[in-house]
Design a protein around this ligand. Structure first.
Ligand code: HEM
Ligand SMILES: CC(C)=CCC/C(C)=C/CC/C(C)=C/COP(=O)(O)OP(=O)(O)O
Length: 299
């Protein structure tokens, strides 16, 4: 009896470790943005098969990409306080197990997308996987301070994937949502990098504050946030969204600009931490506003 309980406990511990490899918190916001892309693609309800298989497929492939990133970066992860506790540096799982896990869930996700959604979405999602797990993780991240700007393209793909899942197409509106996440990524990441510069330097990663200094990075956070503000107004300007979205975007942008201004002109690690946390809440609320606006009667 006691040994059965212990075995169950250790099984659930192992499951939790595998779950952690898939970076579940980041992936949940990615999936949220993809699902909103699905709803924005059509006037009425998204067909259930597309909603369920599309969501599960994109989540599985995003989780596989995150696990592949953990596999490739295990040595670097062991060097940084923020990432040291991950399952690979802790020895909770090994490289082969991680490879199998990533291949298995990624393969299952691609299969679902191909057969239950459409082949176009499967190929786009596969390209996104390669963009993050190979191009960003192996080539960009260790080699250029623009790593997250270029690599941000794969993180920005979810709304396009969602849109493609429903329509089999990727029109301009979907790419506008892509652009929002693309321009959001630098202030999101660089605010974290600013208060973790020493860790990145110790790990030998050429993140912007390591290569170009804090002042340069702080200015870039501010100007990217100005760019983000402008891009987030476009859905209203082109008639894709209405007043509810515009009001929400202006409020959210004002907060973000306020934090970004403080980062530039009155920096403290505490402000950078808050800005990083805010960037996540901001993106979730902005996409939620797009969704609510989509179903509100025209104002
Ligand atoms: C190249 C693009 C990106 C980079 C370099 C990046 C980097 C990071 C880093 C370093 C963290 C800290 C995780 C930690 O505390 O251990 C983080 C957290 C987070 N990121 Fe990003 N990110 C990117 C894109 C995205 C995208 C596209 C999304 C969602 C649409 C996203 C959502 C999140 C969320 C929700 C968290 C919080 C996770 C938590 O609380 O554990 N990120 N990001
Ligand atoms: C198929 C699909 C939708 C894929 C999505 C790709 C994906 C998981 C993008 C998220 C970006 C992300 C977790 C960046 C973390 O940066 P990092 O890896 O530099 O952070 P770390 O230092 O925490 O590992």
């Amino acid at each position: 009896m006691k040994s059965t309980t212990l075995k169950l406990q250790s099984n659930s511990h192992r499951l939790r470790q595998y779950f952690q490899l898939a970076k579940p918190r980041v992936v949940s916001l990615i999936v949220f943005c993809a699902v909103i892309g699905m709803f924005l693609a059509v006037p009425g309800m998204v067909p259930w098969r597309i909603l369920l298989a599309g969501t599960a497929g994109i989540a599985l492939v995003a989780g596989a990409a995150a696990a592949a990133n953990c596999l490739i970066e295990q040595k670097i992860d062991a060097l940084m306080a923020r990432t040291r506790g991950r399952p690979l540096p802790q020895g909770e799982v090994n490289s082969i197990e991680t490879l199998l896990f990533s291949g298995l869930i990624g393969g299952a996700g691609l299969f679902m997308l191909y057969y239950w959604v459409n082949p176009f979405t499967m190929w786009l999602t596969f390209a996104t996987f390669v963009g993050y797990a190979v191009i960003y993780t192996i080539f960009l991240k260790p080699n250029t301070s623009q790593n997250i700007v270029i690599g941000g393209a794969s993180g920005a793909m979810p709304p396009v994937l969602g849109w493609a899942a429903v329509t089999g197409d990727a029109p301009g509106e979907a790419w506008l949502l892509f652009l929002i996440i693309f321009v959001w990524t630098p202030p999101h990441f660089w605010s974290l990098a600013l208060y973790r510069t020493k860790e990145y330097a110790a790990a030998g990663l050429p993140m912007l504050p390591v290569t170009h200094g804090a002042e340069y990075t702080r200015r870039h956070v501010f100007f990217y946030t100005v760019g983000l503000t402008l891009v987030t107004l476009v859905p209203y300007v082109i008639g894709m969204s209405g007043w509810f979205y515009l009001t929400s975007a202006v409020l959210l942008d004002t907060m973000f600009l306020g934090y970004a201004w403080l980062i530039w002109r009155d920096y403290s690690d505490a402000v950078a931490r808050i800005t990083f946390r805010w960037s996540i809440i901001y993106l979730a609320l902005l996409f939620a506003a797009l969704l609510v606006d989509h179903y509100l009667p025209a104002w």
